[in-house]
Design a protein around this ligand. Structure first.
Ligand SMILES: Cc1cc2nc3c(=O)[nH]c(=O)nc-3n(C[C@H](O)[C@H](O)[C@H](O)COP(=O)(O)OP(=O)(O)OC[C@H]3O[C@@H](n4cnc5c(N)ncnc54)[C@H](O)[C@@H]3O)c2cc1C
Length: 333
């Protein structure tokens, strides 16, 4: 992470005036792809920090919030995290139960978030809580919650099947007071903040998937070169590489649309769906080519299979991506 900070990778999307690298969504996707080729855990730590953990401040923050947080996030002094999911609300995020009660010139937050990437390492959590009586999306508001605020606690940190280098766990909020100046966007705007953050986040997850798939293709190629190969292996490798290249073009296209101010919600969902399904399939195919050499614990082939699985679930499961794509298509007429 120190090396990533040094090379500007933690502030890719932050403009130079706030201490970042001032690059665009395509550069972001490629940077995550390159990291994931070597280590999918490092890639998701950086991805969550950069997109859903930092970008909402850029898009929805006031000038004070930008000046206070962006330079520290961009340089890696503070790691960012995004706390939306709760024990009883994952895909149906709008039904979240964490509350933010207005008291004096601020709010008091109570609730439990779960499966939070960078938990315990983050210095800042973007937390979504219910401020209004509306039980669905219109009652949700976003808050900037520093990790050292009184009442913020890390609960269980989970053992996952993959991505072992990336901490994922519970964030517990017990009577956490934040000033009104920590509200990100307006009251009731939180769901919009979350959905916009996830649109960009899905471009990053696409990059992570591409990196895992590229590593699996490269390891299969190297093995085939070393031990010889028949036509059966050739056909599998050709399909793996072709799938990967088509997924990459979809991801870069979504990133390009984002960078050029076009609508990109549907394209980001298509990209996330296709890239993560591709990573899973390509990782399994590579393991099959490797045979027993790929199946033992500690082999890179089995690691790619374990790492790829979570990508089909987080930042909106792939079923949820299909809902987003279909709704957008029907709406577009
Ligand atoms: C490693 C990891 C890291 C994570 N990091 C974060 C993080 O940093 N911040 C954060 O807020 N969250 C995070 N999450 C949570 C993640 O976003 C949720 O797991 C995800 O949104 C799915 O929610 P759920 O697990 O509650 O599954 P559920 O919503 O209970 O879904 C269970 C299954 O049902 C399917 N399903 C649900 N609704 C529908 C529907 N309407 N139609 C068809 N199928 C449906 C889902 O696709 C899934 O297969 C992380 C999760 C993991 C695994």
């Amino acid at each position: 992470m120190a090396a990533a900070a040094e090379s500007g990778l933690l502030g890719v999307l932050v403009p130079r005036e706030y201490g970042g690298s001032g690059l665009d969504a395509l550069c972001f996707a490629i940077s995550i792809e390159e990291l994931a080729q070597a280590c999918a855990s490092t890639a998701v730590i950086v991805d969550v920090h950069t997109s859903v953990g930092t970008e909402p401040i850029l898009l929805f923050g006031d000038e004070d919030q930008k000046r206070r947080w962006l330079p520290r996030l961009a340089t890696g002094e503070v790691l960012g995290a995004f706390a939306l999911t709760e024990p009883s609300s994952g895909s149906d995020a709008a039904s979240l139960k964490t509350t933010a009660r207005p008291i004096g010139n601020g709010y008091v937050l109570n609730g439990t978030k779960v499966f939070i990437t960078n938990v315990g390492r983050a210095g800042l959590y973007i937390v979504f809580a219910r401020t209004g009586p509306d039980e669905k999306a219109a009652g949700v508001t976003a808050f900037l919650v520093p990790a050292d605020a009184r009442g913020v606690r890390v609960g269980q940190v989970f053992q996952k099947m993959g991505l072992h280098g990336s901490p994922t766990g519970e964030l517990i909020l017990e009577d956490v007071s934040v000033p009104a100046g920590n509200r990100l966007g307006g009251e009731g705007q939180g769901f919009t903040v979350a959905m916009r953050a996830l649109d960009s986040g899905r471009i990053g997850i696409s990059g992570q998937a591409l990196g895992i798939a590229q590593a699996a293709v490269d390891e299969a190629r190297a093995l085939m070169r070393e031990r010889g190969h028949g036509q059966g292996d050739d056909f599998v490798l050709a399909d793996m590489a072709t799938r990967l290249e088509s997924a990459r073009l979809l991801a870069y296209h979504a990133a390009w649309r984002c960078s050029h101010g076009r609508t990109f919600t549907r394209q980001a969902s298509m990209s996330k769906l296709h890239c993560t399904d591709t990573a899973m399939q390509v990782a399994l195919d590579a393991l099959q080519i490797a045979g027993e050499a790929g199946a033992f614990s500690g082999s890179p082939f089995e690691r790619h299979v374990r790492d790829a699985k979570a990508l089909q679930i987080y930042e909106g499961s792939n079923q949820v991506q299909r809902i987003v794509i279909a709704r957008d298509l029907v709406k577009a007429g």
